[in-house]
Design a protein around this ligand. Structure first.
Ligand code: FHN
Length: 441
């Protein structure tokens, strides 16, 4: 995007993106007044995304704003949330400062539709910022461009109840949004990412997206901004059409690219169940195995995994989410080295037995992390495509476990224990003098 801000060299861009690329894993938090109805309205459950309740049920703004009187997260414990994320290996947290309903989790000078108007009154972002600083986790904000509450948001949908505004003023709305972004980027210390969303409606334009990106980067040169600031995102696959569009990385949603995208920064955001905002009805929880293997799959392809929690109106992260995050923490306690700071698999094809991440070592050496999902029944793991002897092989969980490596017609074979030490994913460390692949692999 060098055309949009003072020319940023590749080295400067690499330096700005470095922490994001190393992180590989973050926590997404969707939280707001929609957590009160929690996926149900007048006795009827909504189909999925509980944070879309106002739109699904066509609730006029005047009626929807009454939810603020019930939004009272007295059980909110920001420090506990950050520790839960950090233990799971999540290096950053992206919280919805404002979702599509326009409600602000902080006391904004620009509106009364915010936390100060609730029984709780206190800023929800400040304690999270403090906890992130304390635990060394990057704080980031999700901010919706689309705003069902603000009368100047340019799409007049009758159900919003403020469609009476015959001429919404998008310049005035953009100034409002910039003023709130200034509050968010000024009052909470170092912010890692602005995660925009809701850019798809016609009221938001490519010109506005380019302008917003340029303004933000001029004001905050180290800030990372996703590709939903502009109009270049290609649907839920999330990658940017071409480099005329602003945004520092692609944002696949609820999906993982089939293959790695060399030289491209991207992050797959996903729910643990079927909804971003808390729903009392949605019990479609993915297993810890699925979540851990998603993390591995994404890392092996050079992306980040942004995994969502939807706290309740009381301020509690659902028990089912906590259970899964604790299971991820247990796996990461042993295997974080095979995720954080790693690079993509060197293999053109995905191995049949699992995934591979890599890390360059000194003197041209390469370390491969073989994440084995399907353990070989005969005790011989065949790593296709490698054409040189390995220096060593061992279990990441037990570096003293020297595993025998022999040549194989298709590459190398590693003698492994009879049973998988970790049924979800056992990581084998394979150190190579230098990486060279079979030509016809
Ligand atoms: O409409 C939003 C949705 O509520 C949620 O915030 C997701 C998360 O990325 N983004 C949009 C749907 O693509």
């Amino acid at each position: 995007m060098s055309g949009l801000v003072q020319a940023e060299t590749k080295e400067e861009s690499d330096q700005r993106m470095a922490w994001f690329r190393d992180a590989r894993f973050g926590m997404f938090i969707h939280w707001g007044p929609y957590s009160v109805p929690a996926g149900e309205w007048k006795g009827k459950g909504v189909k999925d995304n509980a944070e879309w309740l106002q739109s699904y049920e066509k609730i006029p703004v005047a009626e929807y704003t009454s939810l603020k009187d019930q939004f009272n997260p007295v059980k909110y414990d920001a420090d506990a949330w950050v520790r839960l994320a950090k233990d799971a290996g999540m290096k950053y947290i992206v919280i919805t400062s404002k979702h599509h309903d326009g409600f602000c989790l902080w006391d904004s000078k620009e509106t009364d539709w915010d936390i100060a108007s609730t029984p709780y009154k206190n800023d929800l972002l400040a304690p999270l910022a403090e906890a992130c600083r304390k635990h060394g986790v990057k704080l980031c904000f999700y901010h919706s461009i689309m705003d069902w509450h603000h009368p100047d948001w340019g799409k007049k949908e009758p159900w919003r109840g403020n469609a009476l505004n015959p001429s919404p003023d998008m310049d005035r709305y953009t100034a409002y949004m910039k003023a709130q972004l200034k509050e968010l980027l000024t009052n909470y210390g170092d912010i890692g990412i602005l995660w925009f969303d809701g850019e798809w409606e016609d009221a938001w334009t490519h010109e506005r997206g380019k302008d917003l990106y340029a303004w933000l980067r001029q004001e905050h040169p180290k800030l990372i901004i996703n590709n939903r600031v502009d109009k270049g995102r290609q649907g839920m696959a999330g990658m940017t059409k071409d480099d005329k569009y602003a945004g520092d990385y692609g944002t696949p949603e609820q999906e993982i690219p089939a293959n790695g995208l060399p030289g491209v920064d991207w992050e797959s955001c996903m729910t643990m169940n079927g909804t971003w905002g808390f729903s009392k009805h949605d019990e479609t929880w993915k297993s810890a195995e699925t979540l851990i293997r998603n993390l591995i799959d994404i890392a092996s392809k050079g992306g980040n995994y942004l995994l969502n929690v939807g706290p309740t109106a009381e301020g509690k992260i659902p028990a089912a989410s906590i259970e899964r995050l604790q299971a991820i923490a247990a796996w990461m306690k042993t295997n974080a080295e095979a995720i954080h700071g790693t690079q993509t698999s060197p293999f053109p094809e995905i191995p049949a037995w699992g995934r591979c991440t890599s890390r360059p070592l000194e003197n041209g050496k390469t370390r491969l992390y073989l994440h084995v999902f399907d353990w070989p029944a005969d005790g011989l793991l065949v790593v296709k495509g490698l054409k040189q002897k390995a220096e060593s092989a061992s279990l990441l969980a037990d570096p003293s476990s020297k595993l025998e490596v022999k040549p194989h017609a298709d590459g190398l074979q590693i003698q492994v224990p009879a049973t998988a030490p970790d049924a979800i994913a056992t990581v084998i460390v394979l150190d190579l003098p230098q990486l060279s692949l079979l030509d016809d692999f």
